[in-house]
Design a protein around this ligand. Structure first.
Ligand code: ZN
Ligand code: ZN
Length: 256
């Protein structure tokens, strides 16, 4: 059984055919889903899905792109819901910053403040973190080391060797479609160095669709393509790897 640990099923792009999407996923061996929160506006939709589908779980959080909409009270409203399994996706993303130097500093400061607040929330409620890091590895690592008392997953579509040491602090690595990209040199190089007991699978749908479907909407069924590539790069057969990743996921998110 595969668990898609990062799939934005609350996105409008799944609204019209969600049941077909889930049926295809099931056929491909995917049986559980975690919806990471990105934007506070879509959180009620994620909760609604978790209430209606037994295999859908969710997280509460605010993506760094939405840092200016952060409101802790809105997250606390749902954090004790029995299907809320994590806090995130939260983190730092310096890929799309403003152009003026002073604006950049302001944006970075806001992202950090909102990230730290969510880490503290996770600490308080003892929930794992779903961390989004892009072009901000050093700052993210420093903040996690300083503030996080819980573990979590680094959803690492642009992997970085510098983040590896976080495995020693209990952090997991979410492997997604990028691993299948023809130009995924960096991730392909780092992948074998990631500890096996820290690997998770995630599609990040509707984004980051794996090869050979790049350019179309991503969906949880494609977890199977990611697993296939992981197996190819690690010399563990698919079935065994699937079992390892499943156990990892159940452990991190306290699923039963
Ligand atoms: Zn992300
Ligand atoms: Zn995401």
């Amino acid at each position: 059984m595969i668990i898609d640990t990062h799939i934005h099923l609350d996105d409008d792009r799944y609204k019209d055919d969600l049941d077909e999407v889930l049926a295809r996923a099931k056929k491909a061996g995917v049986e559980k889903y975690i919806i990471p929160a990105a934007d506070p506006k879509t959180l009620p939709r994620a909760v609604e899905l978790a209430n209606s589908y037994k295999d859908i779980y969710f997280a509460v959080g605010v993506h760094p792109y939405d840092a200016s909409n952060y409101n802790r009270i809105a997250l606390e409203e749902f954090i004790e819901h029995p299907k809320c399994v994590a806090v995130g996706e939260c983190g730092l993303d310096y890929y799309r910053l403003a152009e003026k130097e002073e604006e950049i500093e302001k944006e970075k400061a806001l992202q950090k403040e909102v990230f730290i607040d969510q880490i503290e929330l996770a600490n308080r409620y003892n929930k794992p973190l779903i961390v989004h890091i892009r072009e901000a590895s050093l700052d993210s690592k420093e903040i996690l080391k300083k503030y996080a008392k819980v573990n979590g997953v680094l959803h690492c579509f642009n992997a970085n060797g510098g983040l590896l040491e976080l495995a020693n602090r209990g952090f997991y690595f979410g492997i997604g479609g990028v691993l299948t990209f023809k130009n995924a040199k960096k991730l392909v190089e780092i992948y074998p160095k990631l500890p096996q007991d820290k690997l998770l699978i995630e599609t990040d749908g509707p984004y980051l669709t794996p090869h050979p479907y790049r350019g179309t909407r991503n969906e949880p069924a494609y977890c199977a393509l990611i697993l296939e590539k992981m197996s190819e790069l690690s010399d563990i057969n698919k079935q065994e790897l699937e079992g390892i990743v499943y156990e990892n996921t159940m452990r991190l998110f306290n699923l039963s």
